[in-house]
Write a protein that binds this ligand. Structure first.
Ligand SMILES: *Cc1c(COP(=O)(O)O)cnc(C)c1O
Length: 371
């Protein structure tokens, strides 16, 4: 799509390369970066292309459409869906050689039938609920997996779980979850079912729970340069990959007593120079930034005034010298010595940095630096 609006997200692929090299230093296990939600808003195809150049062979996405998009670009990568796929789409999985997550026997039966019909083998990974309480086999895991392992044309390559509290300073619950996975894996081995790959580690577990690394790690957030353990003051030298930028569309000066925006939630107390930015909450600049959030102009912080609109936002630039229409504005990212992090935006919006990244919407073009 052509882009005529001065609003864009910069995705710095050198920062991505830096991050994946840092992550490789944290573990000897294979790394399966998680590129769901269009690679956390960065653009999955370009992110995967770059990570492949860094030697990454296996990628995880949340659902089948995301897997198919990757498959259409990368015929030889291993692609895994780490979320539910309805049994009726088993033939697509088999044909496109996409590894599904299996957490119900019915899914495995449907997949086996599709594989037999297409005269192919289907690789699967079994999901165990060890305490996330979301999806996965529980009490009947041993019998169910035994049954699945006997199905024709099915190869159980992996078994895995998801950790609920790996970002906590208290890792006792995480250890309990891992113990449960270990115990089940041992019991399967003892009954002759050898599953070669185990995995459990999301980003915080890659950073602080080496017992969870097993054969594969599944980092998402740290690949994109955000630290889930910032509150624990653990630093692994990551570089945020994405910045959100725009150019000033309009400038004016308002008098004391005049208001800005919907609902008149801001009144000028002094003569105030107001810059209008051509982006709003439909781009991912959260409405929670109204009257108090900040952006960067010429390396300085300026305050958002009034309510963030759907497509536009106003800021107080009274203290910025020589400001002009067309000047660059950084909503997320670095400008000079100042930086606005996803964490800062998330704290103000009472959410997590993940939601800030995924919340930068499709209508913001992604510009790739250092291709
Ligand atoms: C999203 C997700 C991950 C990655 O989590 P991060 O915290 O971003 O590293 C790993 N595993 C599963 C099952 C997920 O859903």
């Amino acid at each position: 799509m052509a882009s005529y609006r001065p609003v864009w997200a910069e995705v710095n692929l050198n920062s991505l390369r830096h991050n994946i090299r840092r992550i490789k230093k944290l573990t000897n296990s294979e790394i399966m970066p998680i590129v769901k939600a269009d690679a956390y808003g960065h653009g999955a195809v370009q992110i995967v292309r770059t990570l492949r150049e860094e030697g990454i062979q296996r990628f995880g996405v949340a659902f089948l459409e995301e897997a198919l998009e990757l498959r259409s670009h990368f015929s030889d990568s291993i692609i895994m869906v780490i979320g539910p796929t309805l049994p009726e789409y088993s033939e697509i999985l088999v044909k496109e050689e996409i590894i599904p997550e299996i957490f119900q026997v019915e899914q495995a039966i449907a997949l086996s039938e599709a594989a037999v019909k297409l005269k192919k083998n289907a690789k699967i990974h079994i999901k165990i609920d060890t305490g996330m309480g979301r999806i996965g086999f529980r009490e009947t895991a041993l019998e169910d997996i035994t049954q699945i392992s006997l199905l024709p044309n099915i190869y159980v390559e992996g078994i895995y779980t998801h950790l609920a509290t790996a970002d906590s300073p208290d890792l006792s619950y995480t250890q309990r979850q891992l113990n449960q996975l270990n115990k089940l894996h041992d019991r399967l081995s003892a009954s002759g079912i050898d599953i070669p790959i185990r995995h459990a580690a999301n980003s915080p577990a890659v950073m602080q729970v080496s017992a969870s690394h097993y054969e594969i790690c599944r980092p998402g957030l740290i690949v994109y340069g955000l630290n889930p353990l910032e509150d624990l003051a653990q630093d692994i030298d990551l570089l945020p990959v994405l910045s959100l930028k725009a150019r000033i569309s309009h400038l004016k000066t308002i008098d004391p007593g005049e208001s800005v925006g919907y609902g008149r939630s801001f009144f000028a107390e002094r003569s105030t120079k107001v810059a209008t930015l051509p982006l709003g909450y439909a781009d991912g600049l959260r409405r929670a930034m109204s009257n108090g959030g900040e952006v960067l102009i010429k390396g300085q912080r300026v305050l958002i005034i009034g309510k963030v609109c759907m497509d536009q936002t106003m800021v107080d630039v009274s203290d910025i010298e020589n400001v002009a229409v067309g000047d660059e504005v950084t909503i997320l990212g670095k400008d000079g010595d100042e930086a606005i992090t996803a964490k800062e935006l998330a704290d103000r919006a009472d959410t997590i940095s993940y939601e800030i990244l995924c919340g930068i919407t499709k209508r913001v073009p992604r510009i790739y630096l250092n291709n």
